[in-house]
Write a protein that binds this ligand. Sequence first.
Ligand code: SF4
Ligand code: FES
Length: 254
Amino acid sequence: MATPADVLQDSDARRAGGAAGAVTLTLRIRRFNPEISQDSWWDEFTVEADPLDRLVEVLHQVKWYHDGTLSFRRSCAHGICGSDAMLINGRNALACKVLVDDVGPRVTIEPIRGLAVLKDLIVDMDPFLEGYRTVLPFLINDSGEPDKERLQSAEERARFDDTTKCILCAACTTSCPIFWGDEGYIGPAAIVNAHRFIFDSRDEGSRERLKILSEKTGVFRCRTTFNCTDACPRGIQVTKAIQEVKRSILFDRF
Ligand code: SF4
Ligand code: FES
């Protein structure tokens, strides 16, 4: 079995030698560096890549071999950590889940919208995480420690299964036109994470969360454009979750 070192060596050799099957990809990347200019600018890089390379690998190639100042977040490279959401050909996506074959021969890459850009593709995630914190994204249960685990039926677990899959990548929130125009809006990702606990039969904090989400910064700012559902790399039915929270506020008389 190939070790990670073998894979890296293969990939470097392919890039250096131009392996059969390699394609030419031109990346147009929106750059920003406040130490150079207050305005953003575009840079273009042309690289050889395998059609099955992921875009995050090509960005590494640009950083390691063309311009070491290019800045972007990434960690797991497997669609799990949520750190490399970017605007790829006008759509929010994780760079590690997009193949060269999906976007070549030219691709445009920009930072996600609605959050201040700190440098190149890195945005300030603080306002996004502030919204997340607001909805109390943790189990609340003051009934005392159980002797064993807190039991739940398969049906009760299934009620919030979809929203457990969130990786906090911000692709949904930063694809939302309401969020772009209204900094106060808590945003889809925070509502998804509230949904995960509101519909958990073991949790006792729903009333408090629904009260927070009924405020003017909460769910009723949503205009159901479905951008969030389209953007979610985990396939979460984000708009459906928002609608379920709205219905709960309107009809469950919290
Ligand atoms: S709901 Fe989807 S798009 Fe939104 S933060 Fe979670 S994983 Fe990302
Ligand atoms: S690098 Fe972790 S999700 Fe893409």
